[in-house]
Design a protein around this ligand. Structure first.
Ligand code: 5GP
Ligand code: ZN
Length: 109
C-alpha cells in the first residue's frame, strides 16, 4: 500500500471499483472512463510504479498479468481478441503511477 495511490486504495477497497477478476497477485477492474466496449485495468496488488521499476523478483507478477489477460479473453464472445496496452512513464502518457495494463476488447478496435 502506498499512501495517495488511487489504485492501492481500490485494492484495499477504500474506494469503489467494479472488480472483474482477482488472484493472489493481480486484480482487474473496469476503467472509469472506458475507451472500448470492454475496458479493464489489470494491475498487480503490489505497488510498482512502472515497468522501469520492475525488479527481478517481480518476474512472476509480469507473467501473472499476461496469463490473467488470457483468462479474461476466455470470457469474451468470439472472437476472443483483445488489445493489451501500457504507458510506462509520464512522457509516455502514464497518469496513474501504479503499473496497469489496459485490456481493451469488443467491437473492432
Ligand atoms: P494511464 O493514462 O495512466 O495509462 O491510465 C489511467 C487509467 O486509469 C485511465 O484510463 C483512467 O480512466 C483510469 N482511472 C483513473 N482513476 C480511476 C479510478 O478512480 N477508478 C477507475 N476504475 N479507473 C480510473
Ligand atoms: Zn499503488
Amino acid at each position: 500500500m502506498t499512501v495517495d495511490c488511487i489504485f492501492c486504495k481500490i485494492i484495499n477497497k477504500q474506494i469503489p471499483a467494479t472488480i472483474v477478476a482477482e488472484s493472489e497477485s493481480i486484480i482487474v477492474f473496469k476503467d472509469i472512463a472506458p475507451q472500448a466496449s470492454i475496458h479493464y485495468l489489470i494491475i498487480p496488488k503490489k505497488h510498482i510504479r512502472d515497468i522501469q521499476s520492475l525488479a527481478p523478483a517481480d518476474y512472476t507478477i509480469a507473467a501473472d498479468i499476461i496469463f490473467m489477460a488470457q483468462q479474461l479473453s476466455q470470457s469474451l464472445p468470439e472472437p476472443q481478441d483483445f488489445r493489451l496496452k501500457i504507458s510506462s512513464g509520464a512522457t509516455a502518457g502514464q497518469e496513474v503511477f501504479h503499473i496497469h495494463f489496459h485490456f481493451l476488447a469488443g467491437k473492432r478496435l
